[in-house]
Ligand binder design. Structure first.
Ligand code: KG4
Ligand code: ZN
Length: 386
């Protein structure tokens, strides 16, 4: 089965064309035929975070160029013989993309210029995420599905992150598994009983782990997204063996539940900086290390408790923060005495991308989980489990 996947939940516009066969955990095999991504990080950096309406506008401009590039990469971009302007086609596209006028114009040109590609279904991120951003991808998927007469599979973005970690290794997860989802918007521990069977164990009560990295970075004057920046400085502090001159709390590390809280950590960083005054380069490195240690200590401890309590045979880590080298090292090291396999996504699939939406989409498409386009709506707060 060939799936075209669309991801626009936050500040990355991404499209993937994937061919997949078989069943997850049995004989699944897949091939990425085309895959493109445009990050808007630089556009949002000046604001220190993601602006939903700006993200929406960027997605609108990026989708058709990325679709063209993805299909070209997959050798599925074939020119039509005639490409005369066609008023009824323009009306048809415009009636679906009523609010995305620029996208409608580009798409109308695209469909009268190129043949329908050889695909079986379209998967698109339904949520969670920024609603204005999600809607662009969803309306684009609806328009393509209508014009090409293909079915749509809605995908939960968080399930996409799990798929990027659980389906991309030769070793498949053994269930039950505990999933740690750590991104800019989420920090959740989930027990995975089987493929697509989830129950929520705990989540953050305030800021997400990635959000904490981003906000602390901002307090230190580092650019958005802050996770990779802090991680780089922290690695330098370790490499140079800088003395630990700062001490930050590990919020909720000893609480009996599996919840998290990171807003107090950000406040502690603010106070530390206010008290200390201007930071030297080495002091910024030392503070970055302490921030990273504090976040990672809490994530690792709670994940291992969750794994123990639920008899997990594997740990699946997903979301942008799963790119963090210190989290990877620490979790692998501390989980190894328990004989639990720890699965991380390949680095390039840790942050948002469309390969993960194609993988999760395939799991559902293989089971016929299609929706009627008219019923598909963006769900900014869509949960994976309750
Ligand atoms: O999954 P993702 O790309 O988008 C959301 O769904 O939110 O995650 C983005 C988050 C940002 O907060 C970013 O700072 C964080 O992931 N991140 C990292 C690293 N790379 C990305 N945090 C820590 N260390 C990293 N290497
Ligand atoms: Zn994400």
């Amino acid at each position: 089965m060939r799936i075209l996947a669309i991801e626009t939940s936050c500040d990355e516009t991404a499209i993937c064309l994937m061919e997949a066969f078989g069943e997850a955990g049995v004989d699944l095999s897949y091939r990425v035929l085309g895959n493109t991504l445009l990050s808007q990080a630089a556009v949002h950096a000046q604001y220190g975070g993601v602006f939903p309406n700006l993200a929406k506008r960027e997605h609108e401009q990026n989708l058709v160029p990325l679709l063209t590039e993805t299909l070209r990469e997959a050798h599925e971009l074939t020119r039509r013989l005639g490409d005369a302007a066609n008023e009824s086609l323009a009306n048809e596209v415009g009636s679906i993309l009523t609010r995305e006028v620029e996208l409608a114009r580009q798409l109308e040109y695209f469909v009268r210029t190129y043949e329908t590609p050889d695909i079986d279904a379209i998967s698109v991120t339904q949520g969670p995420g920024l609603e204005p951003a999600l809607w662009v991808g969803i309306n684009f998927a609806k328009a393509l599905a209508h014009l090409w007469q293909k079915p749509i599979v809605p995908v939960n973005h968080l399930e996409g992150h799990i798929a990027a970690s659980a389906l991309t290794h030769d070793a498949r997860p053994v269930f039950p598994a505990v999933a740690l989802l750590v991104s800019g918007g989420h920090t959740e521990l989930i027990v995975v009983h089987d493929w697509m069977q989830y129950a929520l164990l705990g989540s953050t009560r305030d800021d997400a782990a990635g959000e904490c990295f981003d906000k602390c970075a901002r307090l230190m004057g580092l650019p958005y997204p802050g996770g990779p920046e802090i991680s780089k400085l922290a690695a330098e502090a370790r490499a140079r063996n800088l003395p630990p001159i700062f001490a930050l709390p590990r919020p909720m590390i000893d609480s009996p539940d599996l919840d998290f809280s990171f807003s107090g950590l950000k406040t502690a960083v603010r106070r530390t900086i206010e008290k200390h005054g201007t930071l030297s380069e080495d002091e910024r490195r030392a503070l970055s290390r302490e921030i990273e240690d504090a976040i990672v200590d809490v994530l690792v401890k709670k994940t291992l408790i969750a794994a123990d309590r639920h008899g997990a045979k594997s740990i699946i880590v997903g979301g942008g923060v799963s790119a963090n080298a210190h989290l990877r090292d620490s979790l692998l090291r501390k989980a190894s005495p328990y004989g639990v396999a720890v699965l991380f996504p390949p680095i390039e699939l840790a942050t948002d991308n469309a390969v993960m939406i194609a993988l999760a989409g395939y799991l559902h498409a293989a089971r016929g989980h299609y929706v009627q386009a008219s019923l598909l709506v963006a769900r900014g707060n869509l949960a994976l489990a309750s």
